[in-house]
Every structure is written in structure tokens, then in C-alpha cells.
Design a protein around this ligand. Structure first.
Ligand code: MCN
Length: 756
């Protein structure tokens, strides 16, 4: 049963999901639980003058808590971000609210309906303050969110501009890209259940990071590690949005305080307002180079919206800065980073998390620079690629790339898309003057996975029937780990996938872990499982040798048959089940259980090239995406079927940013997209069939040769589509339209250019 890696094995978890048998937090239905409703501020920025919970608390089986009733103070931002602690988020706002959605009280009641009714009775008086939703305005510090801090700037890496940076350049192209605010929008919203029994807290969470959640809950509640258990059952999507939230900590705390089991499942509206949001970053860029398209210098000023309380969202701008050089050899790069607080929902990671922003600015900038040089955008990319033989490669932005073949990826994408044919069709349409103009957009990208180079845990144990159990610190939210981790182990043990069980997401069952984000699970969690498998095989060879009275050095594992025998003598042989049952009788089966903690030497850098083809109706502004050709190289692919799914999902998210999705606030800070009617989540109707082309450049960084694939599509697709729309409009002299480049924006741009 060896060599299953690389095969299109169907996801083992799908029958469960497709037949409605998935077990999500809300399915757990604990007996006698109280339902939690959070009372949230309707104001973006206001002083709280009074909170009266008495009417609500009079309802039967109902309890109400405001800031004065809880000992939890603030939710600290991770220390590595370096945020001023006066900007930490209070669990319950008491003096001031800083976004529409800030929590002012928590209601616990016997039913979902009575909990919502009671929340309506909590009377809060506010004294409104001016909202600040625009990042440039926030940076001017005219309206302050934290008066005692005296500035809205929460993180800064100042730019010290070199006035000679562009000396000698024939052309300096400048522009600015706003990567608009997005929602992670998992199909399953956030949900948690908290229970405190016999001195132990158990939290069932819809989460990406059970072990980290356990650690933080312990710290916040003053509990020892053996007093906290986090269980992440099936998770219906996370997309970067699901870790331990302030809501979860409040539920844990109140479960302990009240002695009652508490449950919360947010509504879609609550999810779109209160779960952290992504992107919300502007990059002002200058790209300088020669007339023949060689880039020699670049300057970026990054301004990141942290939302009301700075956390990971502000830190992500550093990841953007790290990836500024992209796939290009740019000798001189200068970057300044600022993050500011605004009276909006706090920001955090959403699929791509900091890297899409870099690719969007760089790839749009390259197209503009190519236009200024009068050259084809593909040609300019070719003139600036880091060559295939220059790896490992350190960029001027500070990234250390493992391996790559960027020119190869673009060539493959152009050939697959028939680039020359597309350009010919484009010029034919331009000549005929038809309203339906064609746009062809390119993007070549490199991204970083396992970006902060973490360690992941994996354990493998042989069961008495000769099967295996894999325990992993990674936590699947739909990525298919139950299949791919079993495949990784199957290939090393020679045990069929069907006999391998993957256990994840329960801190009482899995010793350690970091969780799933940054597309790192396979390259570190998978590598840990592979390492543990190899350690099991080494132990098994020694024990099989004892059983067969042979020399351990002479033992081999026949991976096809899953049997141990002496080299060159297939008989006598011991299968895994023979060996396991013999060891079990001797009380030695646990010798076939091994743990590994895998740390890589550095992150990996997946890359690729996307080509988008759009048809733009120049009379109505309507944009129709006709083709999306995606070449994504994540090294050795464990399961191409799963990777296809990851790329499809990722590419759709990328297309959605370019064309459809955007979270906005009105000038008073009211969220404008609090349902899926007003948030432009696309459906299959808006999308063409995607064309995925695999390219494989194995990484030397781990034994699997694997890089991450979970976010690549999101990073590559957006600028390809954005560039395609602007390519269609280039004859009108239109150089920029903000994303999402929807029909209205395109129509306005054409009108403003004097062409309607
Ligand atoms: N894989 C593979 N070969 C590789 C790399 C990965 O076969 N060379 C497989 C993996 O084994 C895994 C899947 O592809 O089954 C994704 O693996 P990986 O790239 O390691 O990423 P993670 O498992 O760490 O997933 C995280 C990534 C992120 S950061 C977001 S956001 C995201 C994404 O995955 N959120 C998702 N994909 C998602 N897919 C679903 N369905 N739901 C989400 O919330």
C-alpha cells in the first residue's frame, strides 16, 4: 500500500460532511445549558454614560453581566506585536465603545429566544463621539480612540527615505492600491460551549488552534494546564478567522462563575460585524527602472488599518513588507510601515493574511511600470525575475526564499492560456470597436507559508489490529487532513489509509500543537507525522528482529505488503498485525508509539503565475470573468485532488476580492455589510470553470518536499483579475480603479475618462 502520496485519493471526511453527519459545536446540544447573547454597541465611537441590566436580570433563569461584574480586564495583544497595552481590548467595554459591535454586556438565559429578549432589555446610554473610519484620517490623530495614548498609530516602522533612491532611473512609476477590507465568512459561524466541572474547564470551540486556545484560557483564568481541555470538533471553515475570541474567554469565565454550561453560536450578522476582518491596507508605491523595463529601486509606504483594538491585524503589515520584492530581483527596496486604530471591527488574518496585499500592490505596479515603458507586461516580468539558479535567495526586503522557477511558472501559464492568441483576439476587438472588450491580466507571485517558522507535533501509534493512529497538533477546518495525514503515514508504514485514524483538535488526546493557519500544516504537521512514522518503523524493525530471531540491521519493511522480513528472504514475515498482537501479549505494544516535534530550518515560499481573461462591457461597465488559468507550485503534492480543491477555493476568494467583496462603513462608522445580501460573496454563477495547472518544485526544507497550498490561489488570483480589467480599459487611458472592480466602478471610470 505504499506510494499513495501523489494519488487523487478521495477525501475520507466527505461522506460524513455530505450526509449531514459532521459534528459541529452547535450540534452538541449539552443538557441544561444557558444560551449566551452579547449586548453590542450600536455606536462606532461613544462614551458609555450608564448601563442598567436590572430589567433583563428579572427574567426567569437569566443572568446579566457588565464590566463591573467580571474580573476579566483586557485581552492582551500577543507580546511580539509590541502594542501599547493601553490599547488592549477590554473584554467588556465600560468607559467607551470603539466600534459598532464592541461588547457592553453578556446575557445568559434558558433559551436562545429568552437570551435575545433579555439582551434587548439591557439599557445602555451612550454619548456619541466622532467616528474615524478612514486610515489616512486616523493617522492625522484628529480624533483619538485612546486619548491617554495620544495617537492612533499603534505600530510603526518609519521610512527614512533615501533621496537618491531613484537616481539613474529613466522611469519612476507611482500609484496606490487599497486592499479593501474583507470578511473571512466561514459557512459555520463562530460557536463555543463552556463547561466547568470538578475544577476543570472544558471548551468546545469552532477553532483553528485548540492548543493555543488552551494555553491562553489557562493564562486568562489562572488555571493549570491539566485544568483546561479544548475540543475542536468538525469546523465548517475558518479562513483565518477562528482562534480564541474575547467572546470565548468570556464564556469560559462565566461558565466557571455561574457553574452552568454555556453555549453560543453567533448569527451571520454578528459574524460579519464582530469576527475580526482582513486586509484593510493601503500601499503607496514608487517603482523605478530603465526604459527597457529593468527595475532598479522601489519604495513602499504601507498603512494598515488595525480596527478598534490592535492585534494580529496590525502585525500583518510586516508580512506584507517582507514579501515586497515578490518574484523579482529588485536591488534597492525601501519600506515604511504604519498601522492605525480606527472605529471599526478589529482586523486580523483572513486567507493570505498580509501576503495578498504585497502581491496586489507589486503586480499592479509592475503592469503600470510596463505601460510606462511601453512594454508587454509579460516581457517586463521576464526581465526582472529572480533566475531559477539563484536559490536560496535573499531579497532586499529581507525574505530568504527556498527554491523557485518563476519564469517557468509564467511560461507555463502563458502557454496554457494561449497568451498570444488572447492578445490577437484583444486587438481584433479593439479594431472593431465592439462594446465587449477583452482584458488579459497576469500575476506572478511568491508567498510564504509557515511564515513564523513554528514547531508542530505529530504522534503515531500502532493499534493491536495492525492499524495506526496519528495524532496531530494541526487542526483541519475543511482542508482534508484526515485524508492527507493518513496518506503521509501510510506511505511510511505500508498500512492502508483505511486502517489509519487521524486524531486532532482535542487537547486531552493530542499532547501539544500550534494549529492550522499560514498554510503550514503539511510542511510541519505532516512532517512531524512522517518523522514519528519513521521512528515507529525503526522500533518495529528492532522488535520484529527479536521475534524472528534475526539481526535488526537485516530487517526490512516491505511497504507494499506491510510486512517485516530479513533482507533477501521474504519468508518468514511478520505483518503489522502479527507484530502488534505478539507485542500486546507481552505488554510491549506501546513501544510502537512515537512522538515527534518537527521544526523546519525556515519557512517555505510557494509560487505561481495566474492569467485572467475578462470581458468588459464598455457600455454598462459589466465585468465577466471568462477564464482563470492558475499555475501554483507547492512542491511535492500529497494529494492532487485535495490540492485542486484548495486552489479552487483559494482562487475563488482571490477573484472575489478583485470583483465582488468589500466591507464598508458609513461616515458614522455603521457597518454596511451585515448580511450576505449586502456582502458580495460570489456563487458558482459568477465564476467560470477554473483551469488549474500543477507545477512541482520540491522544497529542500522538509523531507516531504512540500510547501503550503492553502492560500496560494487567493494570493495569485486577485491581481491577475484586477490587471485584466484595467488591461481591457487601457485604450481609455484608465490606469486605476479601486477593488472590487465591479460594474459600477468600471462604468464610472469610463464616464470620468470621457467615454460615455
Ligand atoms: N496539501 C497537499 N500537498 C501540499 C500541500 C498541501 O496535498 N504540498 C494538502 C494538505 O495536506 C491539506 C491541504 O492541502 O490537506 C492544505 O494544506 P496546507 O497548504 O498545508 O494548509 P493548511 O492545512 O495549514 O491549511 C491552512 C490554509 C489556510 S491558512 C486557510 S486561511 C484556509 C486554507 O488552508 N482555510 C480554509 N484552506 C481552507 N480550506 C477550507 N475548506 N476551509 C478553510 O477554512
Amino acid at each position: 500500500m505504499a506510494n499513495v502520496v501523489g494519488q487523487r485519493v478521495r477525501r475520507r471526511e466527505d461522506p460524513r460532511f455530505l450526509t449531514g453527519k459532521g459534528q459541529y459545536v452547535d450540534d452538541l446540544q449539552p443538557e441544561g445549558a444557558l444560551y449566551v447573547t452579547f449586548v453590542r454597541s450600536p455606536w462606532a465611537h461613544a462614551k458609555i454614560t450608564s448601563i442598567d441590566t436590572s430589567a433583563a436580570a428579572e427574567l426567569p433563569d437569566t443572568q446579566v453581566f457588565a464590566a463591573a461584574d467580571v474580573e476579566l480586564a483586557v485581552s492582551p495583544a500577543p507580546p511580539f506585536i509590541g502594542v501599547d497595552e493601553r490599547m488592549f481590548r477590554p473584554f467588556l467595554a465600560s468607559q467607551k465603545v470603539r466600534f459598532a459591535g464592541d461588547i457592553v454586556a453578556v446575557v445568559l438565559s434558558g433559551s436562545r429566544a429568552s437570551s435575545v429578549d433579555a439582551a434587548e432589555l439591557v439599557a445602555v446610554e451612550y454619548e456619541p463621539l466622532p467616528a474615524v473610519i478612514d486610515i489616512e484620517e486616523a493617522a492625522r490623530d484628529e480624533v483619538l480612540l485612546f486619548e491617554d495614548v495620544g495617537t492612533n498609530i499603534c505600530l510603526e516602522r518609519p521610512l527614512e527615505p533615501d533621496e537618491h533612491l531613484f537616481d539613474g532611473c529613466d522611469i519612476v512609476t507611482s500609484g496606490s492600491i487599497f486592499s479593501q477590507r474583507l470578511a473571512a465568512c466561514p459557512v459555520e459561524p463562530r460557536a463555543s460551549i463552556g463547561q466547568f466541572e470538578d475544577g476543570k474547564l472544558t471548551m468546545w470551540l469552532s477553532t483553528q488552534t485548540p492548543h493555543q486556545d488552551k494555553m491562553v484560557l489557562g493564562l486568562m483564568l489562572g488555571l493549570e494546564p491539566d485544568q483546561v481541555r479544548v475540543v475542536g470538533p468538525d469546523v465548517g471553515g475558518g479562513f483565518g478567522g477562528k482562534g480564541l475570541s474575547v467572546e470565548d474567554v468570556l464564556i469560559a469565565y462565566l461558565a466557571r462563575e455561574t457553574g452552568r454550561t454555556l453555549r453560543w453560536t453567533e448569527t451571520r450578522t454578528e459574524n460579519l460585524i464582530a469576527m475580526h476582518q482582513g486586509r484593510a491596507q493601503r500601499i503607496a508605491f514608487e517603482i523605478g527602472g530603465t526604459q527597457d523595463g529593468v527595475i532598479t529601486a522601489m519604495r513602499w509606504r504601507i498603512l494598515q488599518d488595525a480596527g478598534a483594538y490592535p492585534g494580529i491585524g496590525s502585525f500583518l503589515a510586516n508580512l506584507t513588507a517582507l514579501m515586497a520584492s515578490g518574484v523579482y530581483q529588485i536591488p534597492k527596496i525601501e519600506i515604511g510601515v504604519q498601522a492605525v486604530v480606527t472605529t471599526t471591527t478589529p482586523t486580523g488574518p483572513v486567507r493570505g493574511a498580509g501576503r495578498p496585499e504585497a502581491t496586489q500592490a507589486l503586480e499592479r505596479g509592475i503592469d503600470m511600470f510596463a505601460a510606462d515603458c511601453g512594454l508587454d507586461p509579460a516581457e517586463v516580468r521576464h526581465r526582472n525575475f529572480i533566475p531559477k539558479d539563484a536559490f536560496p535567495h535573499q531579497t532586499a526586503a529581507g525574505a530568504h526564499y527556498d527554491c523557485g522557477d518563476y519564469a517557468g511558472a509564467l511560461e507555463l501559464a502563458l502557454k496554457s492560456a494561449d497568451y498570444d492568441g488572447l492578445r490577437a483576439e484583444q486587438s481584433r476587438r479593439r479594431q472593431t470597436g465592439t462594446a465587449k472588450q477583452l482584458g488579459v491580466g497576469l500575476s506572478t507571485y511568491v508567498e510564504v507559508t509557515n511564515g513564523i517558522n513554528e514547531t508542530e507535533f505529530g504522534a503515531v501509534e500502532i493499534t493491536s489490529d495492525g492499524g495506526a493512529i496519528v495524532k496531530t497538533g494541526s487542526q483541519t477546518q475543511g482542508q482534508g487532513h484526515e485524508t492527507t495525514f493518513a496518506m503521509i503515514v501510510a506511505d511510511r508504514l505500508g498500512i492502508p489509509v483505511e486502517k489509519i485514524t487521524v486524531i486532532k483538535g482535542d487537547t486531552d488526546q493530542v499532547a501539544r500543537g500550534t494549529g492550522t493557519y499560514g498554510s503550514k500544516s503539511t510542511q510541519i504537521g505532516g512532517a512531524a507525522a512522517a518523522q514519528a512514522s519513521e521512528d515507529v518503523v525503526a522500533a518495529a524493525k528492532r522488535l520484529a528482529a527479536d521475534e524472528l530471531e534475526a539481526n535488526p540491521e537485516d530487517m526490512v519493511l516491505d511497504l507494499e505488503r506491510g510486512q517485516f522480513h530479513v533482507t533477501g528472504a521474504p519468508e518468514p514475515a511478520l505483518s503489522w498485525s502479527d507484530l502488534a498482537s505478539r507485542l500486546e501479549t507481552k505488554g510491549l505494544l506501546e513501544e510502537l508509539a512515537k512522538e515527534a516535534d518537527f521544526t523546519a530550518a525556515q519557512p517555505t515560499f510557494p509560487f505561481g503565475a495566474h492569467v485572467a481573461v475578462v470581458e468588459v462591457d464598455t457600455e454598462t461597465g459589466a465585468v465577466e470573468l471568462q477564464r482563470l488559468v492558475a499555475v501554483d507550485d507547492a512542491g511535492i503534492i500529497i494529494n492532487p485532488l485535495v490540492a485542486d480543491g484548495q486552489v479552487h477555493g483559494g482562487v475563488v476568494a482571490g477573484i472575489a476580492q478583485a470583483l465582488f467583496e468589500e466591507l464598508t462603513y458609513d461616515e458614522d462608522g455603521n457597518p454596511q455589510n451585515s448580511s450576505l445580501v449586502t456582502y458580495g460573496f460570489p456563487s458558482a454563477r459568477e465564476l467560470p470553470s477554473l483551469e488549474r495547472i500543477e507545477m512541482v518544485t520540491p522544497t529542500p526544507i522538509n523531507a516531504l518536499g512540500a510547501k503550503g497550498i492553502g492560500e496560494s490561489g487567493t494570493i495569485g488570483a486577485t491581481p491577475a483579475v484586477h490587471n485584466a480589467v484595467l488591461d481591457a480599459l487601457s485604450p481609455y487611458g484608465i490606469r486605476h480603479i479601486d477593488m472590487p472592480v465591479n460594474g459600477e466602478r468600471v462604468w464610472r471610470a469610463i464616464r470620468d475618462a470621457g467615454h460615455t
